[in-house]
Design a protein around this ligand. Structure first.
Ligand code: URA
Length: 207
């Protein structure tokens, strides 16, 4: 595995990404929302793209999906402060509907255009485990369309020697209309994250 980049290299990356024009999404978004977390993180969580709140705040997972994620991480025993959190696509894609901005799923060219930042974040952080939350994240992490159902909940070897864990996106849980299904699916999400918690604890013991 490659050597970790210095901490200021991550800052330089963030600064460079702030001016990214690799696809058209920068035109309507407020700002680039880059990943955040300690450089020493051995777990990287990858979401889809910033939502409305994240676009305005400039930080990943600070809106409703972020609150759901925080709750699940805590229940699973993962310390978010020790995790690097990012998104596959770093600009908010939306369509305006009156006063609201409706989230739009990024397409393959947009995911591909943004993948350079994910790759460079991985080089800087050198995580042992990358957690792909949802289909867009999985497509970025594996470099190809990767179904969630068939792959979730187990450690998968990546070509660079790291492990990947596929799970659902917390927004999926927020959208589930049936309360019983919501409880069950939330529990499955927590169970998936417990795999990351195990790895975090193992790394802490080894340190
Ligand atoms: N959804 C994401 O995928 N990422 C965020 O940062 C917020 C919502």
């Amino acid at each position: 595995m490659k050597r970790k980049l210095a901490a200021d290299d991550l800052d330089a990356l963030r600064e460079e990404a702030a001016h990214c024009r690799a696809c058209h999404l920068y035109k309507d978004a407020t700002q680039t929302v880059f990943g955040e977390g300690p450089k020493s993180a051995n777990i990287m969580l990858v979401g889809e793209q910033p939502g409305d709140k994240e676009d305005l705040a400039g930080h990943p997972f600070v809106g409703p999906a972020g609150q759901m994620l925080d709750r699940a991480l805590e229940e699973a025993g993962v310390d978010r402060k020790k995790v690097y959190v990012t998104n596959a696509v770093k600009h908010f894609k939306f369509v305006p509907r009156g006063k609201v901005r409706l989230h739009q799923k990024p397409n393959t060219p947009e995911i591909r255009a943004c993948r350079q930042w994910y790759e460079r974040e991985v080089s800087a952080i050198q995580p042992d485990l990358v957690v792909a939350m949802g289909a867009t994240a999985a497509q970025s992490v594996f470099g190809k369309i990767t179904p969630i159902g068939k792959n979730r909940g187990r450690l998968i070897d990546l070509p660079d020697g790291r492990k990947a864990l596929v799970t659902v996106h917390p927004s999926y849980l927020l959208r589930l209309p049936d309360p019983e299904t919501k409880v069950l699916e939330y529990q499955r999400f927590v169970d998936d994250l417990k795999i990351a918690a195990g790895l975090q604890k193992k790394a802490a013991r080894a340190a």
